[in-house]
Design a protein around this ligand. Sequence first.
Ligand code: DGL
Length: 264
Amino acid sequence: MAPRIGVFDSGFGGLTVLRELKTSMPEADYLYFGDTAHLPYGAKSVRTVAKYAIASARFLESRGIELLVVACNTATALALDEIKSAVRIPVIGVVEPGAERAASKSKARRAAVIATEATVSSHAYSRALEKLGLEVTEKACPLFVPLVEEGWVEHPVTENVAHIYMDDIFGNGATHPDVLLLGCTHYPLIRPLLRRVVPQHIEIVDSAESTATKVVGQLGSQSDAGLPGQLRCYATDSTDKFRRLGEKFLGCPINNIELVDIES
Ligand code: DGL
């Protein structure tokens, strides 16, 4: 039997993680939940994010998943323990795998993390990286999420904004990190732009690939005669908007989307 994996995010961004999961484990069936009615999580409090994340996780659990991936960096950073306590299935977040990837790449043992305001305020990435022996610089980049959702992934405005944010990290001549960890689901889409803005010797990493590796490690390869699995998506707001934006994040058509209300 192919594994049935739930993937949860505040909206569309987690589809960047799903894309990696589908590459690593194409035979699995995926149930993706985007809490688009409550997007963005990145400017919300722990209490609010935990409440929405738990309701979303329980919804996916009720659909028979055997493992939940919290693809949202903000939900992982603010509420991973609460989500784990609220469901009976194994839960994997993106912060630890991302920190492990950054640690494996840093020779200077110094990393910079960019993320939403809420993720940075939680210092979840700092704790995870410091545990692995790295010094950490964190920087909130709240304008990136709306710019990516506007489709401005290659746009002069986004490039200007990126210069302003990155100069804060790399322009001060202080203790230089040699790894930049993209601690938000949306940032992989502007990775080519960031590559041009960030000094060339800085390695850019994100959590998506390392999270997929962790899921494969947990479930093992359960190939079902090579047949690709099914994808079913749930959104708490407009399914049309989910399809339009989601296809950009996933990089392929999305056909199966259901509108759900987790508040009732
Ligand atoms: N998914 C969120 C994250 O990875 C970004 C979007 C939001 O703020 O909800 O932090």
